[in-house]
Design a protein around this ligand. Structure first.
Ligand code: AMP
Ligand code: ZN
Length: 483
């Protein structure tokens, strides 16, 4: 048995039930990170929303086949990975430098996901773009055969005039569109809608692959179409990303995939709103740019961050602030303390007048119903959590007088575990400072042994930022104290 889940569909701009093509199995494609730096907390908001989406379908009885790509070739990755290489470096050295950078940040990315309770094992497929270059080339060739792509000076562009439905996702006004120009960059505003690039002719000092159009590399948009179609098929239930991806990225993915197959690719397009910091767009120049590491250095438990994100509706802007996190922390404490109470106390007789009026089992049932009614209505997490808090206050207020029986407490625990399968926030032991510091000291030791001085310096600086002073002892071991 599966529960029906309704989600807002960007394509139709309506909340609609998700009806998987294959009953009981949901295919989900989410655009993954561009791995040239640490993910910031805005990126993490989007990945957390997608994790909640997946867990909701799983808890509703579906199997979820989830594919998230790793974008490991792209303009910014090339810019950052190639700058230290000498001009005469060959293609192999250029690829190696790019891989070194993307490997490092892919690892850091999965560490961050694990810390916010998104296990790597929860993904069915985690393709890296550079492993799917042949599929990208084939897809571009399919588009050429259909007259939807044209080559020019070693690059290939998509002919948007050839696809009458172009603009369906972003709801572009075809009348006002100037067609015929072409753009080489992957990112542009909807005002400059144009024939976009599928394959980029190589420039000096760039890693490149051989192709029917000469040496070059894929555009960003073709990466997701090729990986998504290869791994999930030519018809997919849900595709998701942050709202910034609606145009041009997802619009172009639709043009590529549907242009090639001639039929609908994705039924449900689901987009998460942005995270702002104290009301402003996050940017390095404003000094309001945070990674998960920055939050940890300020003593914030990643699970508190997870809970803060989940307690907001995914289609509303999330205004991040340190004060707001305190509220999330105490709300979470309330559920955890309640859970501990429900675990303890052993057997009790129960009974009494109050007990009859309260009827704890019925309250748990009502909470479960309210929880699912909210969650299945476009993932209304604030209301789903409110259902849990209603139960907490009802049973907390009366517990002293009605003394719940073991069976009643167990019924409450079952409900808390069911909801935790989605929120993944209670019960939870904070990683102790000791364990974290010891792990960092080990990482520094390993970096030194590998003569990776940059990494060992980075770890030392991270410890310093946490206020930890290291002491190199005579016996070769390293001690530490809080400054
Ligand atoms: P990127 O690594 O830049 O490709 O982004 C990864 C994901 O993060 C995409 O789904 C983006 O839409 C999303 N994203 C980027 N910035 C923000 C933000 N400030 N708030 C929420 N999501 C974001
Ligand atoms: Zn994508």
């Amino acid at each position: 048995m599966t529960r029906s889940i309704r989600l807002f569909n960007t394509l139709t701009r309506r909340v609609e039930p998700v009806a998987p093509l294959n009953p009981g199995v949901v295919t989900l494609y989410t655009c993954g990170p561009t791995v040239y730096n640490f993910a910031h907390i805005g990126n993490l908001r989007t990945f957390l929303f997608q994790d909640l989406l997946k867990r909701t379908f799983q808890a509703a009885g579906f199997e979820v086949r989830h594919c998230m790509n790793i974008t490991d070739v792209e303009d910014k990755i090339i810019r950052d990975s190639q700058k230290e290489l000498p001009a005469e470096a060959d293609n192999a050295a250029r690829h190696a430098a790019m891989k070194a950078l993307t490997d490092r940040y892919t690892r850091a990315f999965f560490d961050d996901l694990e810390a916010v309770a998104i296990p790597q094992a929860s993904f069915t497929f985690l393709p890296r773009a550079t492993d799917y270059i042949p599929q990208m080339i084939q897809l571009i060739q399919r588009l050429e055969t259909k007259g939807l792509a044209y080559a020019r000076e070693g690059s290939v562009y998509y002919r948007i005039a050839g696809l009458p439905s172009y603009g369906c996702l972003a709801h572009l006004d075809r009348e006002g569109m100037q067609v015929g120009t072409s753009v080489d960059s992957d990112e542009y505003e909807r005002e400059s809608v144009s024939d976009f690039v599928l394959w980029k002719a190589t420039k000096p000092a760039e890693p490149a692959w051989a192709s029917p159009w000469g040496q070059g590399r894929p555009g960003w948009h073709i990466e997701c179409s090729a990986m998504g179609m290869e791994l999930l098929g030519e018809r997919v239930d849900i595709h998701s990303g942050g709202v910034d991806l609606i145009f041009p990225h997802h619009e172009n993915e639709i043009a590529q995939s549907e242009g090639a197959t001639g039929h609908t690719w994705v039924n449900h397009w689901v987009h998460g709103e942005f995270l702002l910091v104290e009301g402003e767009k996050m940017s390095k120049s404003l000094g309001n740019f945070y990674t998960l590491r920055d939050l940890r250095d300020k003593g914030i438990d990643p699970i508190t961050f997870r809970y803060a994100i989940q307690s907001n509706h995914y289609r509303k802007l999330f205004n991040f602030g340190f004060e707001g996190l305190k509220g999330a922390k105490s709300a979470l404490e309330r559920i955890r303390t309640f859970r501990t109470r429900m675990e303890g106390n052993g057997e009790s007789a129960g009974g009494g007048e109050w007990k009859e009026a309260i009827d704890p089992i019925r309250r748990v049932e009502a909470a479960r119903e309210a929880f699912w009614a909210s969650l299945s209505d476009d993932l209304n997490t604030p209301e789903a959590l409110a259902a849990i808090f209603t139960l907490v206050s009802d049973l907390n207020a009366h517990d002293d007088r009605i003394a719940l029986t073991r069976a009643e407490r167990d019924a409450v625990l079952v409900f808390l575990d069911e909801t935790n399968a989605i929120f993944a926030s209670w019960p939870h032991q904070e990683i102790s400072l000791d364990a974290e510091v010891e792990a960092l000291i080990d990482a520094r030791k390993a970096a030194k042994a590998a003569k990776n001085w940059a990494e060992s310096d980075r770890v030392r600086d991270q410890l310093k930022a946490m206020g930890i002073l290291l002491e190199d002892r005579k016996d070769g071991s390293v001690g530490w104290k809080k400054a």
